[in-house]
Design a binder for this molecule. Structure first.
Ligand code: PEP
Ligand code: MG
Length: 899
């Protein structure tokens, strides 16, 4: 039979799923013998049952009654007893902390009679009436649904009447009057009375907490924090203790270490003569715990001892809430405390030094996301104002610069020494020079795998994309967002970690961790407890335990060199498309426009030496490590001019009575010929090489000759050739024959062996489903999870995130974009099938992933589980992937999940 209620003496920390975090920890502290006010927890199971059926499970009422009776017997008084009432607090407590997102109701048990009893036994008439008016107010708004502002207004009017500057000036008589006013408000607004029956108060308060799980605030918070919607909350019912009974009472919060920096030593705030919520609300200034030591040395010493016991028990930073009631210290809550990324690293390393945890456990307690936060400059949060727009946080870090609206202007201003932010509706490969020149890229369209996002991440450049509140008017060189207009040259600040845009220049804090990686990750001076010492130690631990290799997606020698400094063990994806842009575009145009084989061969021959030089540079930067070079992938029309621009040019020449430029006319014919409604599903990938004669051969020759050149220079080039967008083994078979022929030719001509493994991307469902056959021709697989996600879900990777993902997230269809974190159930299933069938056909098949998921923590854990050999991600993500690959290898170590 289901059981819905547990006394604090019956539970423990391991029961967090059932009792919620707060309930489980209250039980744990009770079990440890710490002074916790007695109480019981109504389980998440009860909440889920309530939410599913719209009513409490039948047994719940009986169970609550039984536990209440036990509580009353132990206390020697009853809930709401008129002469000496037992009072209760009712608080939410979900599995994962959702601070302030759900309801709390205090002082349950007070009514018109028991308020008098409380006044008498406490000797504080004002305190009793103040508690009662708080209950009526809280119950009225949270349980009975009255607009909280009505109570605030009534309180404001009373203060005005009495000329009282703050609540403390209102006396018992005033507050008794306020209770009556509040009751009248409730009656007027709901047609019902504030319930005098303490049992009814308790029942309805529990129900209100259940319901608050689905409140708007809570749902929003869960979506942001990726907390599942179906967990439900537990409800903790606890005996009230009071910190507002005079100067020998008070409330506070404390941490076992500084949660901002990780430095050891007690850290916290205390407020004398106050309840916990007053400390949090910040109505009066708190004092430090050092001052508590002077005010109440005995309580301070106890507190210090309890904190030490807790930290040794939990073997981690703990935070607590406590109350001192007339000199008696009570522990109201504890949990493993939240901390900054810096503190997380520092504390994990300190606890290893203190022999409280192992190095593996320390690794489990930090995260790739935390490391990413430490790697980039950030804004000083205290000094940034309100954002003018929000978007998708596509590439982390913080940047300040003048807004510019096209690539050429970005390049021009940057060359003159100005810092700029490139603002576009969306970017295309043509914007690359501007992106390189800019501090950050801001777009109003596109998601995490849009061109802007992928390229910016690759360059470690700040990027916010899909900022739909932005209306970008490139022609007028300005954008507007929520009523603010930003013209070209105006300074703005872009936060790529939070996805926010601010007006003006927000102050920046530089990253020492980035400098550490940029300089090759050498052991820092000083001890292991500085953030750098901790990062160094934990990166070392991750590298020791990880099974997954980590490579980088890099397509220039500079990126390759940086990736290597960041710890990449090769290149998993060298995209070659940028090698066809810029100055070389006219050669590509010539290749496409060629009317004869000879014309096309001439264009290809001109491209060959340029490409060879690109490959030489990259192979040199990655000497001795594998470099997977992908044959040309995007649709060819991307290398031709924009169709509309061209049409405008031609039309305007005609309108002025002239004849359009002959080259333009020729281009227009080609552009029209090559136009596709769905270019991502059109002539791209392997299909290009199969229909444009000589294209594959030219690329392979450039690679092979680069290998020869590096070998002649005494290097150890390890090029691998990768064919994109394979659907069927026949495609690969044809290309592979051609590749091997060229390799043999170059090798024989040079008299130097050129052996390049030939493999394929698995980025279409058909390829994944026929991986066994494809593996007969492929020496390696690399999952292109961007395209695989696009084609498995039928989601255009360029459009959907901005178009409707917020609605999908809102409806709980998924909790995170499948372009960000791999969809284990669908796309992941295809990956698993392909791994199994590929390896069955070719046991030594090397398998990696080079889609954006390769640098996403949760996805790295999946790729580890799926048995891949390596992940490949943008250079700046390499440390994150190394760390997460290490954490993934710690299966079963507490805290090693990637959430
Ligand atoms: C992919 O599809 O995951 C991939 C790596 O290729 P691209 O992003 O270049 O299409
Ligand atoms: Mg792809």
């Amino acid at each position: 039979m289901n059981r819905y209620v547990y006394d604090f003496t019956e539970g423990g920390r391991e029961m967090a799923d059932l009792l919620g975090g707060k309930g489980a920890n209250l039980a744990e502290m009770t079990r440890m013998g710490l002074p916790v006010p007695p109480g019981f927890t109504v389980t998440t199971l009860a909440c889920r049952a309530f939410l599913a059926h719209g009513a409490e499970p039948e047994e719940l009422g009986r169970e609550v009654a039984r536990h209440l009776t036990a509580l009353e017997q132990a206390a020697g008084r009853q809930l709401g007893q008129p002469d000496d009432p037992l009072l209760l607090s009712v608080r939410s407590g979900a599995r994962f902390s959702m601070p302030g997102m759900m309801e709390t109701i205090l002082d349950i048990g007070l009514n018109d009679d028991s308020v008098l009893g409380l006044a008498k036994v406490s000797g504080h008439e004002r305190f009793a009436w103040d508690s009662y008016r708080r209950l009526v107010q809280m119950f009225g708004s949270t349980v009975m649904g009255v607009d909280g502002a009505l109570f605030e207004e009534a309180l404001g009017r009373l203060k005005e009447d009495r000329g009282a500057a703050d609540d403390l000036r209102l006396d018992a008589h005033d507050l008794a009057g306020l209770v009556e006013t509040y009751k009248a408000v409730i009656r007027r607004e709901t047609g019902a009375d504030f319930p005098q029956d303490p049992q009814e108060q308790l029942r309805r308060a529990i129900r209100a907490v259940f319901s608050s799980w689905n409140g708007e605030r809570a749902r929003l918070y869960r979506r942001r924090e990726h907390i599942a919607d179906d967990l439900g909350t537990a409800v903790n019912v606890q005996t009230m203790v009071f910190g507002n009974l005079g100067s020998d009472s008070g409330s506070g919060v404390a941490f076992t270490r500084d949660p901002a920096t990780g430095r050891p030593g007690l850290y916290g705030d205390y407020l004398a003569n106050a309840q916990g919520e007053d400390v949090v609300a910040g109505i009066r200034n708190t004092v430090t715990l050092d001052e508590l030591e002077e005010l109440d040395p005995l309580s301070y010493t106890r507190l210090r001892d309890y904190l030490r016991i807790l930290e040794n028990h939990y073997r981690d930073l703990c935070d607590i809430e406590f109350t001192i009631e007339r000199g008696k210290l009570w522990m109201l809550q504890t949990r493993v405390g939240k901390r900054t990324a810096e503190a997380a690293f520092a504390i994990a390393s300190e606890l290893v030094d203190e022999d409280l945890i192992t190095a593996d456990e320390a690794l489990a307690r930090v995260s790739g996301e935390g490391l990413a936060r430490l790697m980039f400059p950030r804004f000083d949060t205290a000094s940034v104002g309100a954002p003018i727009a929000h978007g998708i946080p596509a590439s982390p870090g913080a940047a300040v610069g003048a807004a510019v609206f096209d690539s050429a202007e970005a390049v021009r201003r940057a060359a003159a020494g100005e810092k700029v932010i490139l603002v576009r509706q969306e970017t295309t490969p043509d914007d690359l020079p501007g992106m390189v020149a800019a501090q950050a890229v801001l777009t109003s369209r596109g998601g995490k795998t849009s061109h802007a996002a992928v390229v910016a991440r690759g360059m470690g450049k700040v990027c916010v994309c899909g900022a739909e509140e932005l209306t970008v008017d490139t022609g007028a060189r300005r954008f507007t967002a929520n009523g603010t207009t930003v013209t070209e040259g105006t300074v703005i600040s872009v936060d790529g970690t939070a996805g926010a845009v601010y007006p003006g220049a927000a102050p920046l804090i530089d990253s020492v961790v980035m400098r550490y990686f940029e300089t090759g990750g050498q052991a820092p001076g000083g001890n292991s407890q500085t953030v750098l010492g901790a990062v160094h130690r934990l990166m070392g631990q991750a590298d020791t335990v990880r099974r997954l290799g980590v490579r980088a997606n890099a397509d220039t020698p500079e990126d390759a060199a940086r990736a290597r400094r960041f710890g990449a063990e090769g290149i998993g994806l060298c995209r070659t498309e940028h090698m066809f842009l810029g100055e070389r575009r006219r050669l590509v145009e010539a290749m496409i426009l060629a009317r004869t084989d000879a014309e096309r061969d001439k264009a290809l021959a001109a491209l060959l030496p340029l490409q060879r030089q690109d490959f030489v540079g990259i192979l040199q930067a990655m000497d001795g490590l594998p470099v997977t070079i992908r044959l040309l992938d995007p649709p060819l029309h991307e290398f031709l001019p924009d169709r509309t621009e061209l049409a405008v040019r031609i039309a305007s020449a005609e309108a002025h009575g002239g004849t359009p430029d002959a080259h333009d006319a020729e281009l227009m014919t080609a552009v029209n010929r090559m136009h596709e409604e769905n270019p991502m599903l059109g002539l791209r990938g392997v299909r290009l090489g199969l229909v444009v004669p000589g294209l594959t051969a030219m690329q392979v020759r450039a690679i092979a000759e680069a290998v020869v050149e590096r070998k002649r220079a005494g290097g150890d080039p390890r090029a691998e050739i990768m064919v994109p967008l394979i659907d069927t083994v026949q495609e690969l078979r044809i290309v592979r024959t051609e590749v091997e022929q060229v390799l043999t030719e170059v090798s024989e001509a040079a008299g130097i062996p050129v052996e390049c493994p030939v493999g394929t991307m698995i980025e279409l469902p058909r390829a994944a489903l026929t991986a066994g056959r494809i593996a007969q021709e492929a020496q390696f697989f690399s999952f292109g999870t961007n395209d695989l996600t696009q084609t498995t879900w039928g989601f255009s990777r360029d459009d959907v995130e901005a178009a409707f993902f917020s609605a999908y997230l809102e409806k709980g269809i998924f909790t995170v974009s499948p372009f960000e974190t791999i969809d284990r159930e669908g796309v992941g299933r295809l990956v698993e099938i392909a791994v199994a069938e590929g390896r069955a056909a070719r046991p030594d098949l090397k398998i990696g992933v080079c889609g954006e998921h390769g640098g996403d923590p949760a996805s790295v854990h999946f790729f580890h589980d799926a048995g891949l050999d390596y992940v490949s991600c943008s250079p700046f993500r390499v440390p994150v992937a190394r760390l997460e690959a290490g954490r993934a290898a710690l299966a079963g170590t507490e805290g090693s999940d990637s959430r």
